[in-house]
Design a protein around this ligand. Sequence first.
Ligand code: SF4
Length: 385
Amino acid sequence: MKPAGIYIHIPFCQAKCAYCDFVSFAGLEHLHAPYIQALLREIELKSPAWAGIPFDTLYLGGGTPSILSPAQIGHLLEACRRHFQVLPESEITLEANPGTVQNWLPWRKLGITRLSLGIQSLHDDELALLGRIHAAQEAIQAYTAARAAGFENINLDFLFGLPGQSLRRWQETLTQALELAPEHLSLYCLTLEEHTPLARQIAQGLLPAPDDDLAAEMYELAEEMLAKAGYLHYEISNWARSTGESEGELPRLACRHNVKYWHNERYLGLGAAAYSYDGKHRSGNVEHPKDYILRLQRGQDPTATSEETDRQRQIEETMMLGLRLLEGISWEAFSQRFGEDLREIYAQEITTLAEEGLLTIDELGIRLSKRGRLLGNRVFAAFLH
Ligand code: SF4
């Protein structure tokens, strides 16, 4: 049985960033303690259904998990270890905002093995435009301090395609990021989400609209610079530093938890707005932390939606998620999972996408081409029937 992953959502932030539409709230400090209590109850409530299933990844995401105290996160980890079969060599990731932590040692002592720092830019004016709570220097200090505290596996998140951002400024951010030599880099193109302050400012003409062609150039520049610096590109937006040893199909320093999503494997989501997938059902919890807390205080299950995924849906999801990985989807893995030949089910789509130069086909399987990585959504849509 393949081990599953646990995701814990912490929906609190110190301030709401100007571009963010994640389920995260600022100004709810009074809910932090009851939210932890509610999570502890949900862990107990969900454990029978996941009994006997080993877990080898645990991901604390948000929001800003590092806004909580190490003691609070420690309670959650301890409860997970007590109620679920968390394997000893598990990857345990903490998402952290560089503006929230002064001392990393207590975090390291919790057994967190991987840190993911949301840095986003190394230019102060860009950070201000994004509404981030930290300056570039603070982000670098947070990284250095985390290293000194013993974190050996650190991811840095960056955004590109910002309003007014030039190729040169993106290059400067990348150059500085590479000087830090993190184990992992996640680079996302900014998406303008409706109803966010940033989208409003652009709609009102107060800021220039992001330029798609320039964003594509930024992505290609990142691909080049990171390859030269020894990073292995393994997912559309993710790179892992090469360890110099044999890496296998995925780099050793790839985020094992996120790979479970891309391989369409099982995971248990805990907390407000968290999603779970048990291999057949996708279910999601109530979104607002207040509703989540109330439900658990009443001893009720916080699940708000649940749907069974039929075989066709499982195939489509496996295609959409799997093609995000640069290794793509192998003929063999697909036929082992679904008992059918991918070349037959999607013969027409594969031929058309290959002719358009978006997919590469070889004896092992299919994967996005360089051009396909820029137009991923067009490729994924072709596999939805
Ligand atoms: S820190 Fe992250 S989750 Fe919180 S508001 Fe900013 S982008 Fe959103």
